[in-house]
Every structure is written in structure tokens, then in C-alpha cells.
Design a protein around this ligand. Sequence first.
Ligand code: NDP
Ligand code: GDR
Length: 350
Amino acid sequence: MTPRRAFISGITGQDGSYLAELLLSKGYEVHGLIRRASTFNTSRIDHLYVDPHNPDAKLFLHYGDLSDGARLVTLLADIKPDEVYNLGAQSHVRVSFDEPEHTGDTTGVGAMRFLEAVRLAGVNCRFYQASSSEMFGATPPPQNEDTPFYPRSPYGAAKVYAYWVTKNYREAYDMFAVNGILFNHESPRRGETFVTRKITRAVAAIKAGKQDSLYMGNLDSIRDWGYAAEYVEGMWRMLQVDEPEDFVLATGVGYTVRDFLETSFSHVGLDWQEYVKFDERYLRPTEVDSLIGDASKAESKLGWKAQVDGLELARLMVDADVEALEHQGSPWIDKVDLPSWSVQRSIKFA
Ligand code: NDP
Ligand code: GDR
């Protein structure tokens, strides 16, 4: 039987690496879009890579960029995927204030280029758009699929454009195109400049005597932090249902950045107030104060429910960063039990 084929943009990112693992474990042939860089940018997926000359190879990487629509058409026509996941984006909210045009081009218009490429290539596939709780912005929690958008950053505004263009292609061209509106999700593979990973790496370094302070911005904002390895299962489930619909994925519980700091430092016996200092450069011109999601639709229609709570996640990530530092970055196996519906697999620390 021919394996199902998936095409993922953003495969080198946190979510892309977990999703590639999940789909390979389900027997898919996985194709990933990667950007050409002067240095290697594939560290999160190196453990999945098999030389393409090997007949067992199931993961294939292709150079391309969401700013290059013609390349997307060519790749889609060649690969002929059954499922497309658009995870590629300039995904850092603070950076989007520094690079608003680039963010609009990749995070916003990039989604439209990908959808249009699917249409032009004439490929019959299901399309997942990585939409974000940042679209809710200033609208107070709890937020669900019916909550109005009020983005507070160029990133949030770009995601709103991508959301609507996905919905429009569904309605205009009868495409199976869906938005997964995901609240913050983290892991030991989270990018080092997002707040959770910045904190857990610093805790490990301070504990090891390699760092003596940590500069932070706004500690009052509230986020609904879940575990990325669980969220990619939700993405896949959104493409397996009969009708295309949009879904929120969230834990339903919010914590402040201060709570995450307190839990992370105390997990290794340290008092965060002795180490954390304020630096205004980490403030945003407009902040999103509080995001707490209501994922009851995903629970009832997809059977998906988050299992790992935000503070449990803090401890898990601290353990991973302490371990990584002890092993000087060499591979480490995540020991967290995934929910029963999730494919049991070893999660190698990247
Ligand atoms: P990451 O920042 O870890 O990964 C982003 C990925 O996008 C990387 O693979 C990056 O490639 C790629 N990329 C960036 N620009 C381009 C471009 N111009 N063309 C092609 N690829 C590009 O993000 P996450 O894995 O955390 O998030 C995945 C998606 O989900 C993103 O769209 C994000 O905005 C969205 N999202 C994330 C949430 C979260 O909490 N993690 C919550 C809600 C939505 P490279 O490695 O070369 O930089
Ligand atoms: P966010 O994540 O903006 O929610 O976007 P981030 O971890 O960057 O910020 C969360 C909150 O922490 C506050 N904060 C700091 N943030 C960073 N990065 N660095 C700091 O030093 C710092 N100090 C305080 C922020 O002000 C903010 O309130 C993430 C991204 O993954 C998006 O791509 C995704 O769409 C949303 O989550 C849902």
C-alpha cells in the first residue's frame, strides 16, 4: 500500500520536529520545506534523517521559502501530498515589532502563497494552517473558536490575515483547509528566546554556576502553556475528520510569567528573586495581557485533551535543560508519559 504523504513547512522548528516524528511513527512519507542557510538549521530533526539513497528513507527535505510562491507550486506538483501543514512563520511576537514587513510577508502572505500554490498545482490535499491565540490579543479570556480577534502585534495581525485567507479558500474553492488556533505550547525543543525556554535554560545555567542573573520583561502577563508533543497530535486529528472545521487547542489553565519563574527556580532549590532583573528591551509596545483557552470543541469532536499543565511543563523543561547541560548537549530521552491516545515514542532531546 502506498504510504500517505505529508508536506510540512516549518519542519525545522519546535512543532515541525514533533509533527514529523508523529507522522513517521504513523507510517507517513514526510516531506519538509527547509530554508537554505550558511549554517545547518536541522538540529531538531537530524535524529529522524536517513540518507535518501537508503530504500527505507521516509523523510525528504526540499529547499524553499514561503516568500517564493513558484517554488511552492513546483514542490507541491512533484510531491503530491495528501496532507499539508503550514507551520512556517516568523513566529516571535517581540521580533515582529522590529521586522513587521518581513513578518507580514512570511507569517501572513506566506499562508496565502501556500494555499494558492495548492490550488495552482491542482493537488487534492488537506491543508492545516498554524493559527494562534495571539489573534485574540486584547479580547479577555476565556477564548474559544467564536471569540473576536483583536491582535496586538504585527505577528498577531499577520496570523489574522492567514486565518481568514485559509477560511476563504475553504469557502471559495471547497478546499479542506482548517485553522488550528493553538495557545502557547512549549517543550525542551522550544526556541531559546521564548520566555519559557529562556527561563529554564537560565535556571540550569545558574544552578551549574555558569550564569549569575537573568534579564526579563513583563512578568504579569498570563499564558496558557501546554506541551508541544501533545499539540501536534491535535493538528493531525484536525485533518482526519469528515468536515473541515477550525479548532482551539489549549489546557484551559493560565499562569503568569512570574508563576513560571517561581516554579522553575524552586524546582532546583533556588529563589528566583535573587537572580531575575528587569530590562525594558523585553517589553512589547503593546502587550497581550491574558490568554486562557477553552478547548472543549476539540475535546468533544476530536477526543483531544491536554494532559500536561503549565507548571508541570516548567519542571519537565528545567529537568531537560539541567540534563542537557550535564551531558553538554548530547542526546537525552524525554521520560514524560504521553496521553494514552498518543503514539508512545521516545522523544529525543534536540
Ligand atoms: P518555530 O519558530 O520553532 O519554527 C518556525 C519554523 O518556520 C522554522 O522551521 C523556520 O525555519 C520556519 N520558517 C521561518 N520563516 C520561514 C520562511 N520564510 N519560509 C519557510 N519557513 C520559514 O515555531 P513553532 O514550531 O513554535 O511554531 C510553529 C507554527 O505554529 C508557527 O507558525 C507559529 O507561529 C505557530 N504557533 C506556535 C505556537 C507556539 O506556542 N509554539 C502557538 C500558536 C501558533 P528556520 O529553522 O530555518 O528558521
Ligand atoms: P508569546 O511568547 O509572545 O506568547 O508568543 P513569549 O514566550 O515570547 O512571551 C510570553 C510572555 O512572556 C513575556 N516576557 C518575555 N518574553 C520573552 N520572549 N522574553 C522575555 O525576556 C520576557 N519577559 C517577559 C512576554 O511579554 C509575553 O507576555 C508565543 C509564540 O510561540 C507565538 O508564535 C505563538 O503564536 C504564541 O505564543 C501563542
